[in-house]
Design a protein around this ligand. Sequence first.
Ligand SMILES: NC(=O)C1=CN([C@@H]2O[C@H](COP(=O)(O)OP(=O)(O)OC[C@H]3O[C@@H](n4cnc5c(N)ncnc54)[C@H](OP(=O)(O)O)[C@@H]3O)[C@@H](O)[C@H]2O)[C@@H](O)CC1
Ligand SMILES: Nc1ncnc2c1ncn2[C@@H]1O[C@H](COP(=O)(O)OP(=O)(O)O)[C@@H](O)[C@H]1O
Length: 291
Amino acid sequence: MMQQINSILKIPPRKPDSHKGDFGRVLVIAGSYGMTGAACLCSEAALRSGAGLVTLGIPESLHGIVATKLTCVMTHPLPETHLKTLSDMGRQDILDFSQRFDVVAIGPGLSQCVETKRLVLWLLQNIERPIVLDADGINALAEDTATLDKIKQHVILTPHPQEMARLLKVYTTKEIQSKRKEIAEKFINSRDKVTLVLKGNNTIVMNNEKYYVNTTGNPGMATAGSGDILTGMIAALLGQNFPPFEAAQLGVYLHGTAGDYAKQAVGEISMTATDILDNLPKAFLNHIQNK
Ligand SMILES: NC(=O)C1=CN([C@@H]2O[C@H](COP(=O)(O)OP(=O)(O)OC[C@H]3O[C@@H](n4cnc5c(N)ncnc54)[C@H](OP(=O)(O)O)[C@@H]3O)[C@@H](O)[C@H]2O)[C@@H](O)CC1
Ligand SMILES: Nc1ncnc2c1ncn2[C@@H]1O[C@H](COP(=O)(O)OP(=O)(O)O)[C@@H](O)[C@H]1O
């Protein structure tokens, strides 16, 4: 019987002698021509969520663009296809590079280019670090879900309902929305290396033992790039040593809280993903232990 979790962990205050190595190194593999924004939002959210160090791996010709936009995030140019998406030629480079990190986030804005999907499937089977897989990373996994049986480390999947439909193939988005918990449970089944975050109003976080239904957030968050921020947040929390379920749960809760602060500031209609990003500090400030 699955246990419903209602309590949310607090974030411990930092010890005075902390250094950035204590808070996790996050590698973000994201972006393609036309979708550099997703890559930037995800990596900035990881930093704002406490990661000690964040590096964004991006197709090489887009490197200059993101390097100009990002100040605190480091950038790493990677081999690209003629469509300016990540090339499978970069697989070994990414694998070797990933050894220097604690967590890898893969997916925002990668595109659905066939070669990039092949790269993602290979990385999933070979990376020896916990992974947060989102957006086009999930679309790649949908090509071969059996890859989940070959992963070396824990994977947190963060599909929106349509991505969930692509993963499962047998349900429409509408059916998923009408039976969210039941379908999430079917997907998790006995997979012990997977945590699922089924996004949308009342996001569900589930592993093979327990689940949480989120109540923070609002429809203003149905805006481009909002999910890319969540991916970076969860990766950062994993890097700060929260176990996968708790990292996902806390990420979802604080993402919604930041969305609620953004609603107070700009309202639901005008809210953009950058408003959510701007309100992460407030959400984190109010969630520190003993506060
Ligand atoms: N600035 C940038 O660089 C940005 C880049 N981005 C990147 O773009 C890539 C494509 O991602 P994407 O999610 O936009 O497209 P896609 O997977 O086709 O799904 C969209 C469809 O899913 C559905 N749907 C979603 N939520 C639902 C819900 N709660 N409840 C019900 N249905 C729901 C809905 O379907 P509809 O109802 O319209 O049929 C919707 O139209 C990805 O890599 C991402 O990272 C974006 O993040 C934007 C900012
Ligand atoms: N009505 C809503 N209530 C609460 N949260 C929402 C609502 N609509 C969207 N969200 C949240 O916003 C995010 C949207 O993510 P996603 O669909 O991946 O968008 P994108 O691909 O544009 O980043 C998810 O975390 C989702 O839970």
